[in-house]
Design a protein around this ligand. Structure first.
Ligand SMILES: *[C@@H]1O[C@H](CO)[C@@H](O)[C@H](O)[C@H]1NC(C)=O
Ligand SMILES: *[C@@H]1O[C@H](CO)[C@@H](O)[C@H](O)[C@H]1NC(C)=O
Ligand SMILES: *[C@@H]1O[C@H](CO)[C@@H](O)[C@H](O)[C@H]1NC(C)=O
Length: 573
């Protein structure tokens, strides 16, 4: 298999004239706050185009040596830290690198080796180490068997395999995360028919892929066991923003602790007929951590159940002191800022999903910036796209013709927001302030994978579920910069003109439709136990949950503004 990989890679190297430069500058992912001391060079954003033009487009080429080219939920396109390469993951566990500005042929391709003669699959993004020198993604082996397992694979920036982790029990939940120093990789995964959640830390440095620490719901004595959603990370927070893990301890393990903060929530199990309440969990290396695995443990965040579960990781921001989450029943929650171990400071529920009222929001919310008061965008679990102020007191809702299942993208200059309707593949560029369409673009096929944008916010990349990648120029691309400022194979300044558009008509591929909602129907009788309104030592107060959902009549208007009386609630909290 290794031989085949090398052969495949060699072929692509021959086909591609570009070499993938290793990133020199550390560059943080979208999860990160201003934890990067060397501030990024300020970008001179160019004018938005009145309508997009297709810079390049390509159909991932089905190959007997590679997995399925379908780009499904959890997969997608991700900009590499060099600001130039777009990395694509597919459900067939293949990773491709393209030049975002003049792609067409992949710069390289990597195929996860199979084990037990089963084809590896992936529902993961790639996550880049903050140092910018490697990336990880998760694959699942024997996924449809009784005993699936997962692996995390690390690649260098040229697509060479660095290490493959030990086998992890069950199915990887979302995507792995990488510590700020690159020495550890974190992932949640669910075994026993996706009902028993694990949190695992992998040693990425000394032993390159072996399990450093692993704990599970079963080992914690949970009966029944809880399943875990994807884990989110904030690199080098001001401190771990939670109360003492042992209630009553004078000092929180998070106080003065600037180690990376990780957080995840309970996620529905396949056997769940309804989505009940769920717990939150956290992880942080101790303040004085010196690499002793016996001293680390993940912990339950607060002593009480929340009125939600989630399909996604949280987004932490504001130096690690605030967090936002898309949750069950078409809801969002915010700690803005507040101790994560306590009840959220902000809550909202939008129109419920018509087929499955408990349906969680599908994607992580998109934040306009990493300050204390970001604007928040995302699809709800109904056919609508929403914009919220940092404290949810201002809400703007636009009806859509399909569900929005992937994370929105905010223009770097806060002029626009991009979102795609999953079933139809209609990509919108909407005004940042009022969400009115500036333009829309028909991808003409369903889009369930994540989209990407270049750091200069001039090219948006989208992959549809049959593996067609489209790069849209959405702003002027500067051609007057000194060559040294340009990526070596960045936007072409070749006098022969812009790169050829290489749209290839996809051959008839078997394509399954958008996946049906998770089993998330609600028990009409199950009245949610509410979160305590103050510190977790207080008894929970019933009946404070679930703000009124906007009426369905709102769907007929272009958009509506809802100013919630929730601000009063906030004051009380
Ligand atoms: C990686 O391992 C080496 C050798 O054990 C050690 O010296 C170094 O500090 C480690 N790097 C990090 C980031 O922990
Ligand atoms: C790690 O912790 C264990 C248990 O407390 C202890 O026996 C061991 O000496 C520690 N190792 C290091 C390197 O500190
Ligand atoms: C989508 O379909 C419309 C109508 O058939 C067509 O005009 C348009 O070019 C298509 N878009 C793409 C990206 O193929």
């Amino acid at each position: 298999m290794k031989l085949c990989n090398n052969l495949v890679r060699t072929l692509f190297f021959l086909a591609a004239n570009a070499k993938f430069a290793v990133a020199q500058e550390p560059n943080d992912g979208p999860d990160d706050g201003p934890d990067d001391d060397d501030a990024p060079p300020s970008i001179d954003f160019q004018d938005l185009l009145p309508e997009p033009t297709t810079l390049w487009s390509t159909q991932l080429f089905p190959d007997v040596e590679l997995g399925s080219v379908a780009v499904e939920a959890g997969n997608g396109i991700f900009m590499a830290p060099d600001g130039k390469h777009a990395i694509v993951t597919t459900v067939g566990a293949t990773v491709y690198a393209f030049n975002a500005y003049n792609g067409g042929d992949p710069t390289w391709v990597y195929q996860a080796p199979s084990i037990d003669s089963s084809i590896a699959r992936s529902h993961s993004s790639v996550t880049f180490a903050p140092s910018g020198d490697y990336m990880v993604y998760a694959v699942v082996d024997n996924e449809n068997s009784l005993d699936p397992s997962s692996r995390v694979i690390a690649l260098d920036m040229d697509g060479n395999e660095l290490w493959v982790s030990d086998d992890l029990d069950g199915v990887a939940s979302g995507s792995p995360q990488v510590s700020s120093d690159g020495a550890y990789v974190f992932i949640t995964h669910n075994a026993d028919d996706k009902s028993n959640g694990y949190f695992t830390t992998i040693d990425a440095n000394v032993t390159a892929g072996s399990t450093f620490y692993s704990g599970s719901s079963g080992e914690n004595g949970d009966e029944p066991t809880n399943a875990y959603g994807p884990v989110g990370i904030f690199h080098n927070p001001t401190e771990g923003n939670y109360d003492p893990i042992e209630s009553g301890d004078p000092v929180s393990e998070g106080d003065f602790n600037t180690n990376d903060m990780l957080m995840f929530a309970q996620t529905p199990k396949p056997s769940d007929a309804v989505i009940s309440n769920g717990f939150l969990y956290g992880f942080q290396f101790p303040r004085d951590f010196v690499g002793n695995a016996s001293e680390v443990d993940y912990f339950q965040m607060g002593t009480f159940e929340r009125d939600f579960q989630t399909l996604t990781k949280p987004v932490m921001t504001n130096n690690g002191l605030s967090a936002y989450w898309g949750v069950s029943r078409s809801g969002f929650r915010g700690w803005a800022p507040k101790r994560f171990s306590r009840a959220r400071s902000n809550t909202v529920g939008f129109t419920r999903n018509e087929d499955s009222p408990g349906q969680p929001v599908w994607a992580c919310p998109a934040l306009s910036n990493d300050g204390p008061e970001p604007t928040i965008f995302g699809g709800s679990a109904a056919k609508e796209f929403v914009r919220m102020s940092y404290d949810f007191t201002e809400q703007l809702i636009v009806p859509t013709s399909g569900y929005v299942k992937t994370t929105a993208i905010v223009d770097g200059d806060e002029r626009a927001v991009y979102y795609v309707e999953s079933e139809t593949g209609t990509l919108h560029q909407a005004g940042f302030d009022d969400l009115t369409d500036l333009w829309s673009f028909a991808v003409n096929f369903s889009v369930d994978g994540e989209m990407a944008i270049t750091p200069r916010s001039d090219v948006v990349l989208v992959a549809d579920t049959r593996g067609v990648i489209t790069a849209l120029q959405v702003a002027e691309i500067p051609t007057t910069e000194a060559p040294s400022m340009m990526p070596s194979d960045g936007p072409s300044m070749d006098p022969t003109g812009p790169p050829a558009v290489t749209t290839s008509a996809p051959t008839a591929l078997a394509t399954t439709g958008a996946p049906v909602a998770e089993p998330t129907t609600e028990a009409p009788v199950a009245s949610p136990v509410s979160e305590p309104v103050a510190s977790p030592v207080m008894a929970p107060v019933a009946g404070t949950e679930e703000p009124p959902t906007p009426s369905g009549a709102a769907q007929s208007t272009t958009f509506i503004v809802v100013i919630l009386a929730g601000s009063i609630m906030m004051l009380l909290l």
